[in-house]
Design a protein around this ligand. Structure first.
Ligand code: AMP
Length: 465
């Protein structure tokens, strides 16, 4: 049977009309949300009704609350203040592709469940598995996990999944890209057949539809945005410019807007990200980079500086930028186009959030034409290819050099700081991580092994205790 489409008609829905418990509504109020986002308004009633759901929504649309709020409501009858672990079996499992996203989702679950006695925790790879055991042993109703680490815990008998009533696959497209399908299939065999499954994905590729066919039962389909399109409130443009001139064009672009106007700049590799940030700094443009070779502490610092408006340009690679929750970002620059066209959608989804208008500018070298065509195919639109004007010198004028950083131009925003970034730094197994490795940022990543880990896909390594 073809999936049912939820009625996307935008009738005004209020949280109070969604049949959520007053204690859940209280948490929403605490957060200052006045009305549900479109994906929340569409998804919540169906999740409450127990339907399987296939939702197209990317980070920034309010998707986490779209599944967490009705999830909490459905689990409320099981809420217990008892200290006994037996009273707190895992009833909901949220799977996320990266530890960053897993941590961010669990933080939201904690926020929305703060007035109800339901417990949650998060497990992800790259840290000692033993440190995660005590929390699991106490019992939690909602577990957020990356797939590989979840299986490690299953093998170590640290948890049971036989009472899971609701499974949520967050950023399912990314999980498939990262080769998690074998893990997902294995996890599915450990869950009760009778359950509710919610699938969230930024895009609906054929692979995602196949996944939905295999794992979901008669799902309702909801879309936060039109299929494979970027937010309409983001103005997108393309500037054709040779690789050698990209830096000058970027520097001019940032200066012309004033250094108080911030931008998130994407590169394809961590090396380009690091070099670009350094070069911008040398030109008097406050900048920093986040990528996999940076320690967690360095990433925290860069992100905080950006959120506080101390730097103008944050240069990031696709993987490092995933899950970042940065509000009020006016400009995304694609310094290099991504290899996967779908990453373009993710990238530009970083601006124009929560109804604000945003801009995305791509600097495209002739060699990248193929990538641009792929993006156009995905978005079903074409871009006019404007030639960039290249200034003769990249050197900043003295007025540019003394330009104020963003923090001095704008009044400091009450920037939302993700709590996990403030947690003490836990060193990862190796500083020599290769960010472009398909499993980077996941519990499958192992810098000591070659890129293609066929064996790891066929059988899981023994749990590292
Ligand atoms: P998400 O798409 O789940 O990553 O959420 C993106 C951001 O939107 C987060 O900072 C949420 O706190 C915020 N948010 C979620 N729901 C609402 C809402 N109904 N009103 C305002 N902000 C919201």
């Amino acid at each position: 049977m073809p999936p049912l489409m939820a009625d996307p008609a935008v009738t005004k829905v209020m949280f109070s009309s969604l049949n959520l418990d007053p204690q859940i509504l209280r948490a929403i109020e605490d957060e200052g949300y006045t009305e549900p986002t479109p994906i929340q308004a569409q998804a919540i009633p169906h999740v409450l009704a127990g339907r399987d759901l296939m939702a197209m929504a990317q980070t920034g649309t309010g998707k986490t609350a779209a599944f967490t709020l009705p999830l909490l409501q459905r689990l409320l009858p099981h809420a217990s203040t008892s200290a006994s672990p037996a009273r707190h079996p895992i009833r909901a499992l949220v799977l996320a592709p990266t530890r960053e996203l897993a941590i961010q989702v669990e933080k939201s679950v904690e926020t929305y469940s703060r007035h109800v006695p339901l417990r949650s925790t998060v497990v992800f790879g790259g840290v000692d598995i033993k440190t995660q055991k005590p929390e699991l042993m106490k019992g939690v109703e909602i577990l957020v996990a990356t797939p590989g680490r979840l299986l490690d815990h299953v093998e170590s008998r640290n948890l049971m999944l036989n009472q899971v009533q609701v499974l949520i696959l967050d950023e399912a497209d990314r999980m498939l890209d990262m080769g998690f399908m074998p893990d997902l299939k294995r996890i599915l065999t450990l869950l009760p057949k009778q359950r509710q499954t919610l699938l969230f994905s930024a895009t609906f590729s054929d692979d995602i539809k196949k996944l939905a066919q295999d794992f979901l039962v008669n799902p309702i389909t909801v879309e936060a945005e039109r299929r494979n399109t970027a937010a309409e409130n983001v103005k997108q443009s393309v500037l054709m410019v040779d690789q050698d001139n990209k830096f000058n064009v970027l520097a001019d672009l940032l200066r012309s807007r004033g250094l108080g106007s911030q931008a998130l700049v994407f590169t394809r590799t961590k090396l380009t990200a690091a070099r670009l940030a350094r070069k911008l700094e040398r030109e008097g443009i406050p900048a920093d980079a986040i990528h996999g070779d940076k320690t967690q502490l360095e990433r925290i610092k860069a992100l905080d500086a950006f959120k506080e408006g101390k730097i103008t340009a944050l240069v990031a690679t696709d993987v490092a930028a995933r899950g970042l929750d940065i509000d009020q970002l006016p400009l995304v620059v694609n310094y290099e186009l991504p290899t996967n066209a779908e990453d373009y959608v993710h990238r530009i989804g970083r601006t124009g959030r929560a109804g604000a208008s945003g801009e995305a500018i791509s600097l495209v070298d002739g060699e990248e034409e193929r990538r641009l065509v792929d993006i156009e195919k995905l978005l079903k639109r074409s871009f006019s290819r404007e030639r960039a004007t290249v200034s003769p010198s990249s050197r900043a004028s003295s007025s540019h050099r003394t330009a104020k950083p963003a923090s001095q131009v704008y009044a400091k925003k009450s920037a939302p700081v993700d709590d996990w970034f403030l947690k003490p730094y836990e060193p990862s197994p190796s500083a020599a991580k290769i960010e472009e490795h398909p499993f980077f940022g996941t519990d499958k990543f192992d810098p000591g092994k070659p890129k293609k880990q066929i064996a790891a896909l066929l059988c899981r390594p023994p749990a590292k205790n």
